[in-house]
Design a protein around this ligand. Structure first.
Ligand code: TXA
Ligand code: MG
Length: 349
């Protein structure tokens, strides 16, 4: 039976945190909010506890975990060596949605890193996450708290929907702020490479580092490399068939989407649309279930609402979910990446 405890997101109650810390210390699993998505935490130094994470999620053992820390002194227990670039990044972006790939300390079991020589480390910017790690007094391994391959959870209800009965505790600290996962940056080699775009934008990284690679390509902020869709496997995915229209932010693609939606509806399909307020005019006259996720002028808003919209449309029994891309500026790159990974069918123009 999974215990759910409500916790104040800004001033977490001492007793609640203490209970969750005991769960972690005793080798069991506790889900907790971070500023990106909910994580499924376990003692990163305890092999049995780490194996429970993989079992609960149905995650293959070759997919490594992120180790979460609460202060820089913990970093020394997790990473064997912290290059100057990494120190600079930690100073700028921690606590925050940036995960650094660093040479692994011998303390960290091979199960955490899937046998890799490097470990992923992040200091989350959420009072509940920080209080929990501090109270536990040890580094906390935590992937997103969803079944493997599914959409990441942005609320405790999402965690419960995926993992009820499979984990010991969920700390319910409300909805998460950012809504997509952290940026994973490999700083074990130079230049640094983005392995997964996320909460810290490519442009923000470029203000600190001279060279940042995406997809093996060198780039500058005014010449943003495109993510190559072929490299992405289906992940972060809803159960419905998802049709994604490529768009560099151009809303003209909506006319094509509208035609597709109308056709599917005519076949008797249930169709959901992930919709920006600017695009509503194309779909409000149809029988599609329209989920507004925000304005194209505020991509942060779209990022925050994206996973909730995908889960709600799934729960409403849609056969198809239709969406478009919103460009690749700022957090748009992470949105584009997640939409492409969630998509079953990609319509290129
Ligand atoms: O925002 C986030 O990052 C959330 C919250 C809970 O912190 N966590 C998260 O974890 O999204 P997860 O396990 O769902 O995704 C971790 C990503 C995976 O793509 C994994 O392959 C990569 O980080 N990763 C982990 N360790 C790595 C390593 N040693 N080398 C390269 N990639 C690694
Ligand atoms: Mg995940």
């Amino acid at each position: 039976k999974t215990n759910v405890l409500t916790v104040h997101s800004q001033n977490p109650e001492h007793a609640v945190i203490a209970e969750a810390a005991r769960v972690i210390q005793s080798g069991r699993l506790a889900a907790f909010p971070t500023e990106t998505v909910y994580g499924l935490g376990a003692n990163a130094l305890d092999v049995q506890a780490v194996l429970r994470i993989f079992a609960a999620k149905g995650r293959p053992s070759h997919d490594p975990l992120i180790v979460h820390i609460a202060d820089l002194s913990m970093l020394e227990q997790v990473a064997r060596d912290v290059p100057e670039e990494a120190r600079l990044l930690a100073e700028h972006f921690w606590p925050g949605p940036l995960t650094l790939i660093l040479p692994k300390h011998a303390n960290i079991p091979a199960e955490v890193t899937a046998g890799l020589e490097n470990v992923a480390v992040r200091m989350p910017a959420h009072p509940v996450a920080l209080a929990l790690i501090r109270a536990a007094g040890l580094p906390v391994a935590a992937p997103s708290a969803n079944r493997f391959g599914h959409t990441s959870p942005t609320s405790a209800a999402h965690v419960l929907a995926d993992l009820d009965g499979r984990i010991d505790l969920i700390l319910d600290g409300g909805s998460t702020q950012i809504g997509v996962e952290s940026t994973v940056l490999d700083v074990s080699q130079s230049p640094a490479r983005i392995l997964r775009p996320g909460g810290v934008s490519y442009e923000a990284l470029c203000e600190v580092l001279e060279n940042v690679m995406i997809n093996g390509q060198k780039a500058s902020p005014d010449n943003l490399p495109q993510l190559s869709p072929g490299m992405l496997s289906r992940h972060y995915a809803p159960h419905a068939v998802m049709i994604l229209y490529e768009s560099d932010g151009d809303a003209r693609v909506c006319a094509e989407m509208q035609e597709k939606v109308t056709g599917l509806l005519a076949e008797g399909k249930q169709v959901g649309v992930i919709c920006a307020v600017e695009d509503l005019i194309y779909f409000e006259g149809t029988n599609a279930v329209v989920r507004l996720v925000g304005s194209v002028e505020h991509l942060e808003e779209i990022a925050r609402n994206l996973y909730l919209a995908l889960r709600d449309l799934d729960a409403a029994g849609m056969d198809y979910i239709v969406a478009r891309e919103f460009g690749s500026q700022g957090i748009g790159l992470a949105i584009q990446d997640r939409l492409r990974r969630a998509a079953t069918i990609k319509e290129q123009r």
